[in-house]
Design a protein around this ligand. Structure first.
Ligand code: PEP
Length: 256
């Protein structure tokens, strides 16, 4: 499979971190340090920082993402944010199905699928997260589990819309734990997901699909992870909060 057919994407998931002043400070450091990146660079910030981030990154190579969105366009859904509300602000990406949403907020494969369709329908690019729990890996069902998550999340998504989807393989046991999947483990599952895309949509679609790895990626391990043939960049939590570390990761992905 040809890695040159797709662009690596390094996306920072800031989670529930950074107020407005901290957002300004981090972006002031990042804007000059990643300006020559050969990969795409995205920062997924809390809803309350979106306006600041969109304004500050205008005219730069940094794109802005949210960390979730609802599947309805409007209505009685207290606390939720519609995809159209994000695009209206200039937001271009949204993380969907993150394991923290699945674990703490009752997100299921079915609601992730609804959110994916609503997000891409509104013009957002969805960063769709899939990944197994430690018990599932130990049980030997990683391949089935991740294939099922991918298939359900993409149910009803047309081939023509796949350019609005990035898949992030995030083994749950590696998120925020400091335990990274080995580069070979990451590559194996990213390749497996690519195989699922080929089965569903054809080899051309699989070759074009950006599939990231996420889970304790940092300045020290990024180069090896993103050098793997099926790993097209990363979704980065903790290390995206430090401009020097995030920059090292962006530079690593710019080499491939
Ligand atoms: C994430 O939140 O998607 C993530 C990968 O976090 P961390 O890099 O901190 O493991």
């Amino acid at each position: 499979m040809n890695k040159q057919l797709r662009k690596a994407v390094i996306a920072g998931n800031w989670k529930m971190n950074n107020n407005r002043a901290q957002t300004r400070e981090l972006l002031e450091a990042l804007i000059p340090s990643v300006k020559d990146a050969a990969c795409d660079v995205v920062v997924c910030v809390p809803f309350t920082d979106l306006e600041t981030a969109v304004a500050m990154t205008k005219g730069t190579n940094i794109k802005v993402g949210a960390q979730n969105c609802h599947f309805e366009a409007k209505g009685a859904f207290t606390g939720e944010i519609a995809p159209g509300m994000l695009t209206e602000m200039g937001v271009e990406y949204v993380v969907l199905g993150h394991s923290e949403r699945r674990q703490y907020f009752g997100e299921t494969d079915v609601t992730v699928n609804k959110r994916v369709k609503a997000a891409i329908g509104a013009g957002l690019t969805a960063i769709l997260c899939v990944g197994e729990l430690l018990e599932q890996r130990e049980q030997g069902i990683t391949a089935e589990l991740v294939a099922m998550q991918t298939k359900i999340a993409l149910n009803g998504v047309e081939k023509a819309d796949l350019d609005k989807i990035i898949i992030a393989y995030e083994p749950v046991w590696a998120i925020g734990t400091g335990k990274t999947a080995t580069a070979d483990q990451a590559n194996e599952v990213c390749a497996l997901i690519r195989g699922v895309i080929a089965e569903l949509y054809g080899q051309d679609a699989a070759d074009a699909m950006t599939i990231q790895y996420g889970g304790s990626m940092n300045a020290g391990n990024a180069a090896e992870l993103v050098s793997k043939p099926d790993v097209d960049g990363g979704l980065i939590g903790g290390a995206s909060l430090k401009a020097p570390d995030f920059t090292v990761i962006v530079n690593a992905a710019s080499q491939d």
